[in-house]
Design a protein around this ligand. Structure first.
Ligand SMILES: NC(=O)c1ccc[n+]([C@@H]2O[C@H](COP(=O)([O-])OP(=O)(O)OC[C@H]3O[C@@H](n4cnc5c(N)ncnc54)[C@H](O)[C@@H]3O)[C@@H](O)[C@H]2O)c1
Length: 246
């Protein structure tokens, strides 16, 4: 029970990495406010788990950060852990990438994340052992064709998180980010369900498999628990060795 008595927010919790994280946190003793968009099956994803409270919100909304934190305080009376996992993909060559698409990606992957961090800071200060874990991507440090908006937004997650670590350390708050590799989730299912695509990515990894949500959730748990209490400003790569070779 590594999170006994802890109160957490996990965004993007209806699917993939976020769903696995909310489930793992609850099984380790945390109370979890699970955030996702309406119509994503959020409540069904965590049915029968009394320590997981579903809360529908679009984190890109102007007031969503404040509403989410207010809901956590109302339900749990405080907040110890914020996991900013919700994210959105994009695939268009830079030359033809519509600015509306750029803005859509940044509104979720960076702006929404920032607003939620900002709204949570007073409660995390109150906790005296606050934890922020932001989900970036190996694409924060690399890229691929069509990933201008996605890679730029994920590089932004790294810069944001390092700055939070610097500014919030004096309040006992750590801030770290995760760089997942190729993980089988809602975001990637359409690609990885195609044998020829899945096999290419499995072969790229020394461990010869795709990651699963739980592989990332375990890293998030480490950073959110007492085990990670002296780790801050760090980017934890969890990619099964995918990026070892250039
Ligand atoms: N799957 C991978 O290979 C991979 C690799 C690197 C990084 N990531 C990152 O991991 C995170 C989780 O993605 P996943 O792979 O589990 O995908 P997923 O699609 O299974 O889950 C993402 C969840 O975020 C939710 N979400 C999206 N926009 C939202 C918004 N505006 N407000 C609230 N919720 C919103 C979605 O509804 C979805 O349930 C993302 O930030 C993604 O960029 C994934």
């Amino acid at each position: 029970m590594r999170l006994e008595g802890m109160r957490a927010i996990v965004t993007g919790a209806a699917s993939g990495i976020g769903a696995a994280t909310a489930g793992l946190f609850a099984s380790e003793g945390a109370q979890v406010l699970a955030i996702d968009l309406p119509g994503t099956g959020l409540a069904g994803a965590h049915a029968g788990q009394p320590n997981i409270v579903p809360f529908q919100a679009n984190i890109a909304g102007e007031t969503a950060g404040k509403e989410i934190v207010a809901a956590a305080l109302e339900r749990f009376g405080g907040l110890d852990i914020l996991v900013n996992n919700a994210g959105t993909g994009s695939n268009a060559l830079a030359e033809v990438l519509p600015i509306e698409e750029w803005d859509r990606v940044f509104a979720v992957n960076i702006r929404g994340m920032f607003l939620l961090c900002q709204a949570a800071i007073p409660a995390l200060r109150e906790s005296r052992r606050g934890r922020i874990v932001n989900v970036a991507s190996v694409m924060a440090e690399r890229t691929d064709y069509g990933l201008a908006a996605y890679a730029a937004s994920k590089a932004g997650v790294a810069g944001l998180t390092r700055t939070l670590a610097l500014e919030l350390g004096k309040f006992g708050i750590t801030a770290n980010y995760i760089l997942p590799g190729a993980i089988y989730t809602g975001m990637t299912r359409q690609n990885f369900d195609q044998d020829h695509i899945r096999q290419v990515w499995e072969r790229k990894s020394p461990l010869k498999r795709l990651g699963q949500g739980i592989d990332i959730a375990r890293g998030i748990l480490f950073l959110a628990s007492e085990d990670g209490s002296f780790v801050t400003g760090h980017g934890l790569v969890i990619d099964g060795g995918l990026t070892l070779r250039t």
